[in-house]
Structures are given as structure tokens and as C-alpha cells.
Design a binder for this molecule. Sequence first.
Ligand code: GLN
Length: 488
Amino acid sequence: MSDLTKLTLEAALAGMAAGDFSSEELTKAHIDACMDGADLNAFITTTFEDAIESAKASDARRKSGEVGLLEGAPLGVKDLFCTEGVKTTAGSKILGDFAPPYESSVTANMKADGMVMLGKLNLDEFAMGSSNETSHYGPVINPWRKGEDLVPGGSSGGSAAAVGADMCLGATATDTGGSIRQPASFTGTVGIKPTYGRCSRWGVVAFASSLDQAGPIAKTVKDSAILLESMAGYDPKDSTSLNIDVPKWSESCGKSVKGLRIGIPKEYSIDGMPGEIQSLWDQGIAWMKDAGAEIVPITLPHTKYALPAYYVVAPAEASSNLARYDGMRYGLRVDGKDLTDTYDRTRTEGFGKEVRRRIMIGTYVLSAGYYDAYYLRAQKVRTRIVQDFENAWQTCDAILTPTAPSAPFAVGRKLNDPVKMYLNDIFTVTTNLAGLPGISVPAGLDADGLPLGLQIIGKALDEDTVFKAASALEKAAGFTAKPEKWWK
Ligand code: GLN
């Protein structure tokens, strides 16, 4: 049998439906690939034995005619989603060996649809980072390499690396400021952050609740649509979950973009962006035009304030969300001389440097003396950014931009320069601040042969158009490059 790990999710589902192979065979092939790829450090916890059991159960269900949307597909889960009885770390030391007694709604949906979970994927600690280097469990290595080890992007670096290295057919991820799309861009994979409220946040370890959204990382646009169909849906346990139907997005893929108006925001041509990224963006514009779309120049005038606003709002919410880790109920506890000292020691030892930095920034901007100057201002900027997009939608139906201002960089290169690291999110944070859907599609290689992505941003709840435009882009780009398998 040919290498089953090379299949897309769509092809693997079709192969099982046709009886060409079983979920057990497919799962075993992926387990082998995961073991081969151990040096990439994509997984924090593997659940191979359980995976084989669930693959067998899936094969039995299929025989009895019960076939879910993801029936028998071996997938990975970012270790920010609580999984019942399986260690969930959020990439942090502070959660210790915490094994949640409950399942996140997103993964519960996927399990109900027949997912076979291979394990829990590495990430930046509490999803704070753009390189997967802040994880307590060590950095993830990008399967794409050029002379030296490169970062896979973050925070969903494990998800992106595992999909990029064919260790799983797809993976869950989360995106607070770009953590699905930037790692997808860095690994030649597809990643979509849907409209805020599409996927339930229940059981997803919180970073910044008004920005956090779950979504998939996949090999193709259609695969990402299939995964999102399973992940999304109303959940009464999350008060921000949207009570609306989940469309058949996989059917939007491949539909014509004739007459679709694609906006090109001039503010996204930033100083210092490599020429190759600008030319890829120009190429993307030409591709969309050739596919029948109409290109319209637009302006999003408050773009330059998005990053500073994000790095006030996100830490503010994080400082509040992370207050719960006090060593009392679960996870790590470092005993001190009294209660306060125990809190101090637990949090000092349990949180890494970046997380502590965010807590400090967050408590500062929320403090009585600075609230108006920082937090309130950032919220006002957020409103302006929402309005920028509202104005843009008067003349366009979707927006095309680069996903990230750089190609994957070397491990260690930006770790000690937070501002440089934060600049990675310049093209992605705007959609989180406005709650809009955004997808990254692999569109080309740079001069070093490293993958680069382009982003499509859509109107709220209009994933349909996002998938349509993204698959047109995917088709035109014809991106088939794969990293050379150096890891085993
Ligand atoms: N890189 C951004 C940050 O560090 C976004 C992270 C994310 O989307 N979770 O906050």
C-alpha cells in the first residue's frame, strides 16, 4: 500500500469509504510517522494505544453503517483543549500533570464525528508566542529547514509542524492574534480562524477570552473546511457561542470567484517587509484577477494601531484569566511559609518568562492609575478597527494580504527581543480585534525554499466567501512543495 500519510483528509475519508484501507491501517501509518518525527517535538503527550482502540471502534462503526464526518481520521489536538482523562498542559509547567475530568466542546464534537486522536500537540505556553519557543516542553522544530533549525511559528507550532510533516491528517489549533494562521504560513499548511463565536471556547484553556477562537490546521483548504464543519457549532456552555447553523463549507471550496470584489489594503505594505513577500502578494492579486475577481484598493487606516492595542488588550485579559492558577486546586504547588508565599512561589516557578511578562503588562494596564491611558484607549482603537473593516465592506467582499511579514526564522533568533517577536502578528491581530474570519493559504516559496502564506480575511460569518477565495488562491498557487524528510 502506498504511503497513507501522504493523503489529504478528504482522500483518506474517501479511501476508507471505498474500503481501500481501514482506520486502523491509516492510524498505524500515522503513528509510525509520529515516532519518526519525535525529534520535531510536536507532541507533548501521545495517546497511540487509545488511538488504535478508537480506530478499531471506528472500523466497527463503519461496518454497521455509522459514519461520522471525520470517521476514522487520525488527528492531533493542540494541548490547549481539555481532553477527558488525558494530560492537558497548555505548554505550561503550572498545570503539572493535570488531566481534566471533562472534554472541550470542540474535541467532543470531533470525537462524536469519529476523530481518532493521536495525542496532544505542543504550543507556546498558554498560547503566548509566535515561535513555539515559550513552551515549558521545549521548542517545536519546523519540518522545513535551511541549514539550521527553524521555528514552526506559534503558538500552534506543534499543530502546524505535525500536519506539515504528515504526522496527522489535520489538527485543532487556536488563534488569539494569529496563532493558527502564522504557523500555517511557516509550515506550508492551511489554517483558518473562523468568526469569533463559531467554535465554542468551553474547555479551551483561556488566554484572552474576547479574542480566542479555535480552528483547524490542515493540508488543503477543503480539509480545513471539513474540520471546521465538525469543530464549529452552538454550545450553550459558552455565552459567546453563536446560535446559528454550520454551513457545508466544504461545498464552497472550488466555487467560482467571478465578480467577487477583493480588497487590497494599502496599509499592509509595511516598511521592512521582505521584497519576496510583497511580490508574492502582487502575484496573489494577479491570480485572483485571472480567476475572475475584481481587485479594489481599500484603506484600513487604523492598522498601525492594531498591534499596540492587541498587546494591551490580550495581556489585560490574560492577567485576569491566569489569576486562577494559584496552586490550590490543581497543577503545580510550591509550598511557602504562608498562603501568600505559596501563591508567590507557585506562580514564580510555574509560569515562564513570557507569561510573567504578559501578566505584568496586563495588571499594569488595568491598574487604577493607568486604565484610561492604556486599556480604555486600546478598546477605543479596537472600535476604530472594527469600523475600518465595516467601511471596507462597502466596496469589497473579502481582503487579500500576506499572512506574516517574514518566512520562518531560526530557533533562538527573536526569543530575546519581544518587540521583534510581536511584530510577527502585524497582519493577523486585526481580524481577532474585529472578530472576523481569516485563512492562511500556502502560496509560494522564498529564495531559501521556505514556505510563505497569503491571507484572506472575510466579513463576520462569511466563511463561505473566505473558503471560495482561498480555494481559488490555492488552485492558482498550485503549492505542492513538501519539506525534505530529514528527521528520519
Ligand atoms: N503571537 C501572538 C501572541 O503572542 C498571538 C498568539 C495567539 O494567537 N495565541 O499573543
